[in-house]
Structure formats: C-alpha cells, structure tokens
Design a protein around this ligand. Sequence first.
Ligand SMILES: *Cc1c(COP(=O)(O)O)cnc(C)c1O
Length: 315
Amino acid sequence: MISIEDITLAYRNIKPVVHHTPLLTSRWMNEQCGSQVFFKAENFQRIGAFKIRGAYNKILSLSPEEKRRGIVAHSSGNHAQGVALAARLLYVKAVVVMPKNSPHIKVEATQSYGAEVVFCEDSSDDRERVAAALQKEFGYAMVPPFDDDKIIAGQGTVMVEVAEELDSLDYLFVPVGGGGLISGCAVAARHYFPGIRIIGVETEPANDGQQSFRKKEIVRIAPPATIADGMRTQSVGRRNFEIIMKYVDDMVTVTDAQVIDMMRLLMQRMKIIVEPTGAVAPAAAFRHGINGSGKNICAIISGGNVEPSLLKQWL
Ligand SMILES: *Cc1c(COP(=O)(O)O)cnc(C)c1O
C-alpha cells in the first residue's frame, strides 16, 4: 500500500508540468450549506481533469527501454487524454483504447495530443482485452487507469495542494470510478487532516464501490447507465479497494438528476463548466452540508470535459 512519502515524491515529480488548481468558494453555497465549502477545481487542470497527475507520474517512472517502446492505455475518456498529454510531454509513443461511444470531445482531444486511438466495445472487459493484445503484440508498457501505485500516488497530489492552502478540514467528498482518485486522496487526507471524514461518492446506477464497501469485498456490476461517464467502471481496483477499506469512512450515492442540478448551480453561481462526473462530489457535499453545520468541507470537482451539445440538452 502506498504511503504519504510516495505522494509527496509524486508531487515533486509532476509539479513542473501540472497546474496548482484553485480552491473555489461561493458565499451563496456556504449560506445554503451552513458550512464552509471548498471546491478543488480540477476542471481547470491540464486536459480538463485530474488524470494528467497519475499518468505523468506513471510514465515518468518507466525505464528508458519501456519509454522507447511506447505505452498503451484504455479509457472511456479523461485517462486517455491524461496519458496522451503525459506521453507527449515525455516524448513517448502512446496508443489509447477507447469505447466507440466515448464523447467526441474526449476522442478528439486524445488524438490532438498525438496519441493513436483504437476503438473497442463499451465494457471494461473488452477494453482490457484489446489493450492487453496491443501490449503483447508491440511490447508497449501498460498505463492502467487506477489500479497502480504510481497512478494512485499521482492522483493523491490533489490533496497535497489542498493541504498547502487549508489548515483544517472536517469532510472530504471524492468521486469514485475505479478508485484511483479517492485512494490517493484518502492516504494524503488522513496524513494532513487526521480527524477528517473521507466520503466516496458515486451515482446510484454506478454504486459498485458502495456495494463493495458494505460487503467488504469487491463487487462487480454490469456496465452502468449513468450520466457520469467518468464512473462507468464495473468495479474498483484491488489496490484501490484495500485503501478504501482502510481510510474511507463512508460511500454514498447521488442521483443523475442531482448531478445535473449541481452542474447548473456551479454554472449559475460560480461560472464554471463541469462535466457530470465532476459534479458528483459537489452534489453529495451540498446535500450533506445542508444538514451539517459550521464545518469545513472540501469537494473535488474532478473534471470539466463536457460536450456543449449534451450540456445544452441536459441543462
Ligand atoms: C476518472 C475520473 C473520475 C474517477 O476517478 P477514479 O480514479 O477512476 O476513481 C472522476 N471524475 C472524472 C472527471 C474522471 O475523469
């Protein structure tokens, strides 16, 4: 299991290339919640989501020989862009396997960073199968989306930045797909804010993480139909699950409708564009904050890559 030292080392590694994203607040939100809510705005990160952190930390750690051969990754979207940009910054060839129904904006962005995109069916199984075949045929190094120590440490650097700005924090809300972001952030948050309550958030259809948390074993679900495309994973990773069971206090869900409401609120009140998965943790923090009182709450806005036509349709 990774430690805080792995995360601070990752932070030193990636700091020259990633943005230190802002912690945004809104007087209106604070009044509604009766608490101080800090939104860690990773929608302003390079590639529009936190994924560049883990991807860069991982690719940087490969041997010169691995870097020379190139890398392969599979992703429904933001990991693809993170890998594509990180590989380009490090002069490494990248091949990315994406489901054929991925949002156009994400496919185009991945290609624009110079990665080769190979399409597959929309299931974790097929993605893994196609990526593994490419890995075998061409000797590429795999850059996994979440179940990897370097990826987890990289994603955890989000909380290093939060800790640089805040002295105390009572609650942390983090969206959960495969569990890379929450596992890294949980290790860091427990270190910097020992008494904090760490809460993972999923949409109801994508609640495999919550089921796993309650059952104390990894539960695998059918590909979930949810607006939050960044959490259409079928199960959390093994390393991620281990950290979740050790450090996370609870796993909660919000509805797709609550996610859309929060996207609208963030746009109207804070003038920021957030993708559905990016609004999942704020939606849970908002509901919690309404019952809570006078606490310091941090919610991670994990990304902002949303197709304008879909945004228009939803809002
Ligand atoms: C990948 C992603 C998530 C989920 O992260 P995991 O590490 O898979 O749990 C959440 N939000 C956005 C915007 C993402 O791209």
